[in-house]
Design a protein around this ligand. Structure first.
Ligand code: SF4
Ligand code: SF4
Length: 325
């Protein structure tokens, strides 16, 4: 398919192949606690950074926790940002969710470097105490690529943070999962996840003695800061075509929008984090707030899609949990 024909191409791809993208019962609540971050990575689809002011406030947090308490289908609470730890109520949020849902999986999407920042020195211990799964950005096992994408010195800081997590049992104790996230440096698809995971494990163990559980490969989405980079480098159309040309129908069943509700810092709901950044409300309708939503009635509801969805279905597929196929 040529780019010129791409209007509504994602939905066309699905219908031509007899595929339908509809919701299952939601089991994952992904919460964006704010756009404040200590880094400003070039690929960031949130446009997060040190100057951002959008932070989920205590009243919104109360309502989100109330909703979790009355939504038994939610098995995973996935905290993201920005750097979610920079929300002043991050710790209290976790303590309260753990109290009402002792067996839930709680994920902290951590940029690692925050664990070394002044005021966050005890954060790794706190996460371990509450059995929080850490999903950590680590776009390469070599310094050059990491520093290029995330900023000078980020590689060394990430290694130090990983060692600190390992010392607490992360990556080796079953209840302390430590998963790393790879995304390509430029306008290419990620390589094979299994092969790359082997390379990461070999290199990080040999060089630094670091252990981790799994590597998630994630495709860069052509939105926000990465879109600006593509445009600056004259690669936007080429990259979009690459995603379209590599459409993989086998990825559809595992797309994260099927069982996830994404919540922004003000409590509005979306089908995924990417739609949240694009301002596309859940199901393509009006903006709704989490506490107005009955999770029981979401099954088989439509999902708001657009051409950016080719970023999730290209190659081996891509989600917050890595490749899909
Ligand atoms: S990619 Fe993650 S660490 Fe980097 S600026 Fe965005 S939120 Fe922060
Ligand atoms: S961008 Fe969001 S809505 Fe589109 S396929 Fe990916 S997860 Fe689903």
């Amino acid at each position: 398919m040529l780019l010129a024909d791409r209007k509504f191409a994602f939905e066309e791809h699905l219908s031509k192949q007899g595929l339908c993208l509809a919701r299952k019962s939601p089991s994952i609540l992904q919460i964006n606690l704010g756009k404040l971050c200590n880094l400003a990575c070039v690929h960031c689809h949130v446009n997060a950074g040190p100057g951002r002011k959008e932070i989920m406030d205590p009243a919104t947090i109360d309502r989100v926790i109330d909703w979790i308490a009355r939504s038994p289908s939610i098995e995973t609470v996935d905290l993201t940002g920005g750097a979610p730890e920079m929300n002043p109520d991050f710790r209290e949020f976790i303590v309260r969710v753990r109290a009402i849902r002792p067996d839930a999986t709680i994920i902290d999407r951590c940029n690692l470097t925050i664990l070394l920042e002044p005021g966050y020195e005890e954060m790794a211990e706190f996460l371990a105490f509450h059995r929080i799964q850490v999903v950590a950005s680590m776009p390469c096992y070599q310094p050059k690529n990491v520093n290029l994408q995330r900023g000078e010195g980020v590689f060394d800081a990430s290694i130090e943070a990983l060692k600190r997590l390992n010392a607490l049992g992360y990556g080796t104790r079953s209840e302390l999962a430590l998963n790393l996230v790879y995304n390509p440096i430029g306008a290419v698809l990620p390589p094979d996840q299994g092969e790359l995971e082997k390379d990461y494990k070999t290199a990080l163990r040999a060089e630094f003695g670091i252990e981790f559980n799994s590597l998630f490969t994630i495709t860069n989405m052509p939105i926000a800061r990465f879109l600006a980079q593509l445009r600056r480098e004259g690669q936007n159309e080429m990259y979009r075509q690459l995603l379209v040309d590599n459409f993989n129908p086998a990825s559809i069943d595992g797309l994260m929008c099927r069982d996830t509700i994404s919540v922004d810092w003000e409590g509005r709901v979306f089908d995924c984090d990417f739609n949240q950044m694009l301002g596309m409300p859940l199901g393509g309708g009006q903006n709704r707030l989490l506490w107005e939503l009955d999770p029981e009635v979401l099954e088989r509801e439509p999902i708001a899609t657009g051409d950016h969805c080719f970023g999730c279905t290209a190659g081996a597929g891509s989600s917050c949990g890595g490749a899909l196929d």
